[in-house]
Design a protein around this ligand. Structure first.
Ligand SMILES: [Zn+2]
Length: 89
């Protein structure tokens, strides 16, 4: 029988930080650490975003959204304000 020591640190499944094993239950993730970990975890998706968006914009739904955005986008500040004023009936 061989002795295999348990590691002193474990990795937080939420933020990826290495935490002393006996402190994992009281560990609170730091928002910045969590965000950095999310960026690392989603790196491939983030890298594909522009290509995926360009491909989606070529679909019928994407073409409609391009048309809708181009025709519905306010061109002046007053149009922008009026677009958000509720109408009274
Ligand atoms: Zn954490």
């Amino acid at each position: 029988m061989t002795y295999q020591p348990r590691p002193h640190y474990v990795t937080c499944s939420e933020c990826g930080r290495r935490v002393v094993r006996h402190e994992i239950d009281s560990h609170v993730c730091e928002q910045e650490q969590w965000l950095d970990d999310q960026v690392v975890r989603l790196r491939s998706e983030i890298g594909r975003f522009e290509a995926d968006l360009a491909a989606w914009l070529q679909t019928p739904q994407g073409a409609f959204e391009r048309y809708y955005a181009a025709t519905r986008r306010p061109t002046t500040t007053s149009e922008l304000v009026l677009a958000h004023v509720p109408t009274v009936r």
